[in-house]
Design a protein around this ligand. Structure first.
Ligand SMILES: *[C@@H]1O[C@H](CO)[C@@H](O)[C@H](O)[C@H]1NC(C)=O
Length: 197
């Protein structure tokens, strides 16, 4: 009797998994979930760049670190693209799914990641040896470009993000400009402002 009821419970549980509506199973991760995961994967890598010394800022050390950050950002952009066309409740769901976030919440998570990436890139460029500067600079601008795709997709998903985001990104604008990425920023903002005007 007991064994039967156990099996019945297990079967019910198994069937309810299959019975979950397709739409529910396929609900993509919210912006907050994707950005939190991105932050966890990027932070330890970026910290290695941030605290790099002339001794350990070698191309052997730096290439996989910058590559790892690039891979994470690319993955986040793909996940965020799945949110295009989803209802606001899905896009703006908090990490635990219980509440809805505001654009200002997203701007703080996003700017923390973007600021950390640009600050760490600037820090590492300041210590690398002249012999690998060209190599590292090209990895850095590739990553910078990816970060702009990240900004662009989040801006397209979250209404009202631009104003709070710009305030929070202000501290790294000079870094973006010293990395030679100002034109990308101009394209991004030009596209957005063009869309508004
Ligand atoms: C370089 O060494 C510093 C100090 O030990 C460390 O914090 C940093 O993560 C290291 N960075 C790299 C790229 O190995």
């Amino acid at each position: 009797m007991r064994a039967f009821s156990t099996i019945a419970v297990l079967l019910t549980a198994a069937l309810s998994v299959f019975a979950t509506p397709l739409a529910e199973r396929q609900t993509p991760a919210s912006v907050a979930v994707v950005l939190s995961q991105l932050s966890s994967s990027v932070t330890p890598l970026a910290n290695q760049l941030l605290y790099a010394t002339p001794e350990n800022a070698t191309s052997e050390n730096l290439t996989p670190i910058i590559g790892g950050i690039s891979t994470s950002v690319t993955g986040a952009v793909s996940s965020l693209n799945l949110l295009v066309g989803q209802p606001t409740t899905v896009i703006m769901a908090s990490v635990d799914g219980t509440t809805q976030l505001a654009a200002t919440d997203i701007s703080s998570i996003l700017s923390e990641i973007v600021n950390l990436i640009f600050t760490s890139l600037s820090a590492v460029l300041a210590v690398v040896d002249a012999t690998i500067l060209t190599l590292i600079t090209s990895l850095v601008s590739e990553l910078g470009t990816l970060v702009f795709s990240l900004l662009s997709v989040v801006l397209s998903l979250v209404v009202g993000l631009l104003a709070p985001l710009l305030v929070l990104l202000a501290p790294v604008l000079s870094i973006i400009s010293s990395l030679g990425l100002t034109s990308l920023l101009g394209d991004l903002l030009g596209g957005l402002l063009g869309g508004i005007l």
